[in-house]
Design a protein around this ligand. Structure first.
Ligand code: S3P
Length: 170
């Protein structure tokens, strides 16, 4: 449609709460493209929720399923691709990303916790979520940075503003 310039296929990576799913949907809408989301692909293929796969089979098994899902999505899809927050922890998945345009949606602790949710009404749980999110951000930020061709700061920005920033980079 008019106003839709052709865009390269883009892969969004970043932690939970970075806005990958929301921004992917927005970019796809702007570009007249479609979104592929590896978490959804895995849930559909397995017929179970991700939390059940983690509990029943363990995280390593999930990362292997995720690597296959990323490989398939890269082979089959040219729109916007959104990966689960932990996908880049797998060396095989990182290798798959090497030739692609990868945008790291960066987020600080405050915004990540706010977006992940769980509210402020449970101080104990909130404290745990905050501590967990902090540990994940500290551990993973260098890994996202290592696979990214571009990095966009999402703190204090709406999904529209993040999508604008991505468009300005590509
Ligand atoms: C995970 C992030 C989730 C999902 C799974 C593990 C992670 O995806 O893949 O719960 O390790 O960060 P989102 O980043 O879309 O929440």
């Amino acid at each position: 449609p008019a106003g839709h310039e052709p865009r390269p296929r883009v892969v969004l990576v970043g932690p939970m709460g970075a806005g990958k799913t929301t921004v992917a949907a927005l970019l796809a809408q702007r570009w007249g493209a479609t979104v592929r989301d590896t978490d959804s692909d895995i849930v559909t293929a397995q017929g179970r929720e991700i939390s059940d796969i983690f509990v029943d089979d363990g995280e390593a098994a999930f990362r292997a399923l995720e690597r296959e899902a990323v490989a398939r999505a890269l082979a089959e899809h040219d729109g916007v691709l959104s990966l689960g927050g932990g996908a880049v922890l797998d060396a095989g998945t990182r290798e798959l990303l090497a030739e692609h345009t990868v945008v790291f949606l960066q987020v600080g602790l405050g915004d990540a916790v706010k977006r992940v949710g769980l509210g402020t009404s449970r101080p104990l749980l909130m404290g745990n979520v905050r501590a967990r999110v902090k540990a994940l951000l500290d551990e993973r930020t260098p890994v996202y940075a290592s696979v990214a061709t571009h990095t966009v700061d999402t703190d204090g920005r709406t999904p529209d503003e993040v999508a604008d920033a991505i468009e300005a980079l590509l």
